[in-house]
Design a protein around this ligand. Structure first.
Ligand code: PGA
Length: 250
């Protein structure tokens, strides 16, 4: 049985004050979350504070990105080792906003995945198609290509050290959620593709859905056979909504 995981991607939102309030609110409600693994991914500057506050609770902390290099002259970057040093267990890699707005290629994302992994940080590896790609009927091809970049670099077994987040780009921040069938189809494709290389890795691998997941649609989405949780953007900024999604696994 794969444990449900709910991860909050706070993106570039918050302040010292609001972050304190949000993490306190989530912590308060954690008694009602006994099944799901709960992760929050704050903006990097707030990670130490959030880690400190989450300490002693079941809330785990992740970053929104990680450098593909381990140390040195890489101005503006943060290494996996540094993230571990301030309490991160996870790192999002390849989020579509990084790919689209900051030009991160499949190859660079794969290198970030590798850097996280070799330093003991679990990658939350994001993949997904744009609206044009969906309409052109190449959703599965796009997901396969993005996954292959990691498999080519690290081998299929490496996937077992992280989780995949399938996030159709057209559903992110748009309020337009994939139907449970649409999402399940792609999740099943992803698991099947990996199973063709390694059935054990595919069986154990958690594949999260992301894209306008909220308390109203989470139960049906996470109820699908191959959907093992969610990567939550907008709805992770309100403790009550985030907790409600975490509770769907109860
Ligand atoms: P959303 O974002 O829930 O606001 O659509 C999801 C994500 O980008 O991970």
């Amino acid at each position: 049985m794969r444990q449900v995981m709910v991860a909050g991607n706070w993106k570039m939102n918050g302040s010292s004050e609001s972050v304190k309030e949000l993490i306190a609110g989530i912590k308060d409600g954690m008694a009602s979350v006994t099944k799901a693994e709960v992760v929050v991914c704050p903006p990097a500057v707030y990670i130490p504070r959030v880690s400190g506050m989450a300490d002693g609770s079941a809330i785990k902390v992740g970053s929104q990105n990680v450098c593909d290099e381990d140390k040195g002259a890489f101005t503006g970057e943060i290494s996996a080792d540094m993230l571990k040093d301030v309490g991160c267990e996870y790192a999002i890699v390849g989020h579509s906003e990084r790919r689209a707005l900051y030009g991160e290629s499949d190859e660079l994302v794969a290198k970030r995945f590798a850097a996280a992994r070799r330093n003991g940080i679990k990658p939350i590896f994001c993949i997904g198609e744009t609206l044009e790609e969906r309409e052109a009927g190449v959703t599965n091809d796009v997901c396969a290509r993005q996954i292959d970049a990691v498999i080519d670099l690290e081998g299929v077994a490496a996937l077992a050290d992280g989780v995949i987040a399938y996030e159709p780009v057209w559903a992110i921040g748009t309020g337009k959620v994939a139907t449970p069938e649409q999402a399940q189809d792609v999740h099943a494709f992803i698991r099947g593709k990996i199973a063709a290389l390694d059935a054990g890795v595919a069986e154990g691998l958690r594949i999260l859905y992301g894209g306008s997941m909220n308390p109203g649609n989470a139960k049906e989405l996470i109820g699908q056979a191959d959907i093992d949780g969610g990567l939550i953007g907008g709805a992770s900024l309100k403790a009550e909504d985030f907790l409600a999604i975490c509770q769907v696994a109860e």
